[in-house]
Design a protein. Structure first.
Length: 140
């Protein structure tokens, strides 16, 4: 199988995104802050202050459901990246750039054979991690 991957330029990813609030215990968190893609699935990039912090995927869950586990202390249950996000100074705002499955399908194509959406999302997530070297994921 021949797979082609187009990884958006880091600078392009950093210029866009939805502002997302970190919600400590006792505060609510709403997926509405993710805009029109809150119910979509795909790949997401968390960034802050010109630096990519984390790349993940929401497959089987919507962006809102997945990011709640990252940004909402009670939903994180002591895992995920919530503690690292909570330590970031705001401003600047923490942003998330969302790549819904429709966009993932444009960025990852199979020239021979078939590749499902789950496979495309997994490939794009890993390619972005290796290309962007997110601070919360890469241990030098």
């Amino acid at each position: 199988m021949r797979i082609e991957i187009e990884i958006p330029l880091k600078e392009e990813v950093l210029q866009v995104g939805e502002k997302v609030q970190v919600a400590p215990n006792g505060e609510s968190w709403s997926g509405k802050q993710l805009g029109e893609h809150a119910r979509d699935s795909g790949v997401y990039v968390i960034h802050h202050g010109g630096s990519i912090k984390y790349v993940g995927q929401a497959f089987g869950l919507s962006f809102a459901e997945r990011l709640r586990r990252e940004f909402h202390e009670r939903s994180a249950l002591g895992s995920h990246i919530y503690p690292k996000l909570a330590q970031l100074s705001v401003p600047p705002e923490i942003k998330v750039t969302l790549f819904p499955l429709s966009k993932v399908g444009e960025l990852v194509t199979a020239r021979e054979g078939k590749l499902d959406n789950k496979g495309r999302a997994a490939i794009l997530e890993q390619a972005m991690i290796h290309a962007y070297r997110p601070e919360f994921q890469i241990q030098e």
